[in-house]
Design a protein around this ligand. Sequence first.
Ligand code: ADP
Ligand code: MG
Length: 143
Amino acid sequence: MSVSVVETKNPLETEAQGAELAVSLRDGDVVLVRGELGSGKTTFVRGAARALGVTDPITSPTFSIGHRYRATQKTTVSHLDLYRLASGLDAEDPGLLDDYLGPGRIAFVEWPVQDSAELASARVRVTLTHMGADRRRIEVAEG
Ligand code: ADP
Ligand code: MG
């Protein structure tokens, strides 16, 4: 397990941290991205997805559980926001995540309040914290 902590001063720096993490991601990886609203989760994912080859605009999944983006010929980037699944994943449709996780995909999951069995296997956990104004603390733990 390796843990790194940085503090960023603006959204571009947070995107750059996402891009840095992207270098070490592998096929099938799940990245849990935690933090309160506005802490920069989507910004971080945007930087990572860009670095993985996504050219479409990366927006917050608001009306659906997630988006899928073509990154390279071999890789799809999944971006999920589980904020509204307050009751936990297992209580909902157990197959809900099937289209988003697994081989050929790298998945970023915002706000996994409770880890479900499916998400417990995530290799990478990112935690963002508001430090006032535009400062954000970003902790990245890789298994
Ligand atoms: P979340 O997905 O956690 O709700 P977003 O990434 O959607 O957060 O929004 C973060 C907001 O904070 C954006 O409006 C962004 O411009 C702003 N912001 C200011 N400073 C930073 C920073 N250092 N890192 C990331 N976002 C920042
Ligand atoms: Mg978000």
